[in-house]
Design a protein around this ligand. Structure first.
Ligand SMILES: [Fe+2]
Length: 182
């Protein structure tokens, strides 16, 4: 298994609010543990800082296959973790945006779509405990089909703000800090 992989702009276009906007060649970097050569079992992810078409640089987002749960620890930077319940009929039951900073831990419950967004001026760095074989456990299709999560996180006057993804018909429960809401 390859230890290092990167998520390119080309791939991220599938889930961007504005796929035609220019962006860095690589949006985030993943170093996976669980190698035969090491005892390391955690994974490290590093997000570039900045925006693409106004949207803060983020991870692609995925659901887990089966009952897999996961814990993220923020090692550096400032971010927003998005959690959303399964997508059905182009709607979600709940959408949650949680602001995080270095030292915070976030638990990803099973069956919950998730992604992380770098809203800081420097790298966002996380450690997580998902299995090394995540490729077998991650389902990227719902986010691909809906071109991202139910809300995009966009820079407005230098601050992050939620912008609804028009492909979603209904978001029943929205939970987000007041300053993120337009
Ligand atoms: Fe995950």
């Amino acid at each position: 298994m390859k230890t290092y992989s990167e998520r390119t702009h080309e791939k991220m276009k599938e889930v961007l609010m504005d796929p035609s906007a220019p962006g860095p060649e690589v949006h985030y970097h993943m170093i996976r543990g669980g190698n035969a050569q090491s005892n390391i079992t955690t994974n490290i992810t590093v997000w570039e800082a900045g925006t693409v078409g106004g949207e803060y640089i983020k991870s692609y987002g995925h659901y887990h296959v089966g009952d897999l749960e996961e814990t993220y620890t923020i090692l550096q930077g400032e971010g927003i973790i998005i959690l959303q319940s399964p997508i059905a009929d182009e709607s979600v039951e709940s959408f949650q945006a949680i602001k995080v900073k270095a030292g915070d831990r976030i638990h990803i419950p099973k069956h919950t779509g998730h992604l992380a967004i770098n809203i800081g001026k420097d790298w966002l760095v996380t450690s997580d405990d998902s299995p090394a074989s995540l490729a077998d456990h991650a389902d990227y299709e719902p986010f691909k089909k809906m071109k991202g999560a139910a809300y995009y996180v966009v820079e407005k006057s230098g601050k992050p703000e939620l912008v609804k993804n028009p492909l979603y018909k209904t978001v029943t429960h929205l939970s987000a800090p007041a300053d993120l809401r337009a």
